[in-house]
Design a protein around this ligand. Structure first.
Ligand code: ADP
Length: 479
């Protein structure tokens, strides 16, 4: 069934990106369009977005209490998906990223900025603009769009809403004074509404009022209903559990494709996984690692507590007792960066560390490594473990969130039933990681078993097509 979906997100790759939300917002609408859904993306017209967008034209002008807003339309670069930009220079034309200034401080008027964004979406949803295209469903993402379901709950005959949580850690909390200044309806101010311990919570707008709530993996959907991962909203999420589900993100299989990746030395596939070795040799050579025939384990990511980098750092000396090499690419907290660099010095030829962000190098690490370390403390979905599986690089992960949903631990049973594709552990002690690596290395020494694991990993379907079909099934329940 052809359905009109307005997809609201404050960031969309390749227009503007600060995190994984942008990747989803750039990929899922395309995949939905390919499945004959009529999707429009809406986001604020940040300067970076205008620069990256190509030609746009003004489709409508709205008289909002804050002033005149223009809706500009253009194409998502590299696709025919239409994008609507909410153009209101006083709030959106600024240096810095969507949420903070060049000094790294959040904009002091973020509540007003995303309130306007939400109210414009509500006007479009309620067909109170001159735009011809009228949405059947509003798909909101993260706190920046949280007021949309809340405000629509007060309207007659509003279209249904889906609210997707990409990370519960970001909630859009503001002082009560903002609620008053923004002239939000009094009926929304309650414990059962937008109030969260005396503050205005944008995310609650989505969690309380959306018809369906999703998050980016089934395990994370369960975890956020617990105290450990719920940030105080676990009770509300338990209450909404019948409307809450998890759908794992896809990956861009045009960009991450072992057969066509221009960033890697030697293409390979399930038919000739052994060519991966050539990528490993090249990676060892270019990173000053010894050309030993030991397992090479990679790490790519933000060097922050969430990613369990502290677990790795504490375990490194013990890991170095094993026949293994480590290669790191990442940036983040200074202490973690310095600690990694110290270990690279301590174990020359066995540990290589690159601090920084480097897309091309990330591809070469994925192609050249045997194992991929991702012992995250929490992980709503995670992309790197999926890139790794797709590249036949077996992930070593903690059993949380999307990692638990995509990586199947290798043991006699999972090997026999053909599901094993990596190594999973539950604890958060360095020794848990060391033990799991030791367990993985046993299999590394059995060529045939290892190859079977790699092929199982590479076979799994991580396409957006797969995920988009699940979203369509969800949309079906709303009509
Ligand atoms: P998160 O969104 O929490 O950072 P994900 O695993 O979901 O973690 O996604 C991280 C994305 O950023 C992946 O595409 C990963 O390859 C990329 N990435 C992270 N750090 C780096 C880096 N230093 N260099 C290149 N790519 C990186």
């Amino acid at each position: 069934m052809l359905r009109k979906v307005l997809f609201a997100s404050s960031e969309v790759f390749p227009l503007v990106k600060t995190g994984g939300l942008a990747d989803v917002a750039g990929s899922l609408p395309r995949a939905l369009c390919a499945l004959r859904q009529d999707v429009r993306i809406i986001l604020p017209a940040y300067p970076e977005v205008i620069d990256n967008m190509g030609p746009t034209r003004c489709m409508a002008r709205l008289d909002m209490p804050q002033g005149k807003v223009r809706i500009l339309m253009g194409d998502l670069p590299g696709s025919s998906v239409k994008v609507w930009l909410v153009d209101f220079p006083a709030l959106f034309t600024r240096a810095g990223n969507p949420y903070m200034g060049p000094d790294g401080q959040p904009w002091s008027d973020n509540a007003a900025r995303f309130d306007l964004f939400c109210r414009v979406i509500v006007e479009i949803a309620m067909r109170r603009t001159s735009l011809k295209w009228k949405p059947d469903i509003i798909h909101c993402n993260d706190w920046q769009t949280g007021l949309v379901p809340a405000l629509l709950s007060l309207e007659e005959q509003a279209p249904p809403t889906v609210f997707t949580i990409h990370n519960m850690a970001y909630q859009g909390l503001f002082p009560h004074a903002n609620f008053v200044e923004l002239d939000l309806p009094d009926s929304l101010w309650s414990h059962d509404g937008l109030e969260f311990h005396g503050q205005l919570s944008f995310i609650k707008g989505g969690l309380v009022y959306a018809d369906k709530i999703t998050t980016v993996s089934p395990t994370y959907a369960k975890e956020i209903q617990t105290q450990e991962f719920g940030y105080g909203l676990e009770g509300l999420l338990q209450h909404r559990s019948a409307s809450l589900s998890g759908i794992v993100n896809g990956i861009d299989t045009d960009v991450w494709n072992t057969e066509t990746d221009p960033l890697i030395l030697e293409p390979y596939s399930v038919r000739n996984v052994e060519y991966k070795q050539l990528n490993k040799k090249a990676l060892q050579q270019s990173s000053a690692l010894r050309k030993d025939d030991v397992a090479l384990a990679g790490f790519i990511g933000r060097l922050v507590y969430q990613k369990g980098i502290d677990i790795i750092l504490e375990a490194i000396d013990d890991i170095m007792q094993l026949p293994i090499q480590l290669i790191f690419l990442g940036s983040g907290e200074e202490d973690y960066q310095q600690a990694l660099l110290r270990f690279a010095k301590k174990y020359p030829g066995r540990i290589a560390v690159t601090i920084g962000y480097n897309e091309a190098f990330a591809h070469r690490i994925e192609a050249g490594s045997d194992l991929f370390l991702m012992p995250s403390r929490f992980e709503p979905c995670g992309l790197n473990q999926m890139y790794s599986l797709h590249y036949g690089t077996l992930p070593v992960v903690r059993k949380v969130g999307g990692l638990a949903d995509t990586v199947v631990n290798t043991d006699a049973d999972t090997l026999a039933n053909g599901e094993a594709n990596g190594f999973v552990f539950s604890g958060d002690r360095p020794s848990d990681l060391v033990q799991t690596l030791g367990h993985a290395l046993k299999y590394y020494n059995e060529d045939l078993v290892w190859k079977k694991l790699q092929i199982t990993a590479m076979w799994r379907d991580f396409s957006w097509d797969h995920s988009a079909r699940e979203y369509i099934q969800l949309y079906d329940q709303l009509h």
